[in-house]
Design a protein around this ligand. Structure first.
Ligand SMILES: [Zn+2]
Length: 139
């Protein structure tokens, strides 16, 4: 009984340390302003990518971090876009330091989880299309 209590205390302490760490730790976040056309916060920015491999990596890493990016060969003056109304616009993208809680908030506000799901399912569709194609080729 005594031991169990000890374990619980350690667990609570660990959780407290984790929470403290979570809010102390700040990560850089490129904040894209809301859409000037429809007011949506599901906005992203264009980023320069050298090739397709680079582009895929950029999209994945950004989503993981709560940012929406669209890789292009060159970033023009209209550097932002809206996922709701497809408007492109010139926005001032500011780098901000955010805690993990603040990052989670951005992920929720920007529908990152839904976008991520859509991306995974479209990649899976592509994969199954590829394997179907390979089957046809082999026959
Ligand atoms: Zn919009």
């Amino acid at each position: 009984m005594q031991k169990d209590n000890g374990k619980v205390d350690v667990f609570v302490l660990m959780q407290k340390i984790k929470d403290l760490y979570r809010n102390k730790l700040k990560k850089p976040y490129y904040y894209v302003p809301p859409c000037p056309n429809c007011g949506s916060l599901i906005t992203g920015r264009f980023v320069k990518a050298r090739n397709d491999y680079d582009a895929d990596w950029l999209i994945d890493e950004s989503l993981r971090h709560g940012e929406i990016v669209s890789p292009v060969p060159d970033v023009l003056s209209e550097n932002c876009f809206c996922c709701d109304c497809n408007q492109t616009f010139t926005g001032i993208v500011k780098m901000q330091w955010m805690s993990l809680d603040e990052l989670d908030e951005q992920k929720l506000k920007r529908d990152i989880y839904e976008i991520w799901q859509e991306r995974i399912s479209s990649q899976e569709q592509e994969k199954s299309r590829d394997s179907a194609f390979k089957k046809i080729v082999k026959q």
